[in-house]
Write a protein of this length. Structure first.
Length: 76
């Protein structure tokens, strides 16, 4: 659906508060307790390529930039 379709749905349901409440209930994003969306990079906020080992909470790009400063060495 395009943005205008969503606006149109809300405009039509404004006059029917019970149906609007039900529409929002069934179409709202779920509350998540685990998964990719909860693991963000502390430095840049990226979701993908997350390194959580040793309590780092960094994405792979940020890790590559600051690894020598925190004491990691590249052996190969």
């Amino acid at each position: 659906m395009t943005t205008s379709d969503w606006r149109k749905a809300f405009k039509q349901l404004k006059l029917k508060p019970v149906k609007l409440k039900k529409y929002k209930k069934h179409n709202a994003p779920r509350k998540r307790s685990t998964g990719v969306q909860l693991q963000r990079c502390e430095r840049c906020g990226r979701y993908g390529g997350h390194i959580k080992k040793y309590g780092l909470s960094l994405c792979r790009c940020c890790f590559r930039e600051i690894a020598p400063m925190i004491g990691f060495k590249k052996y190969s």
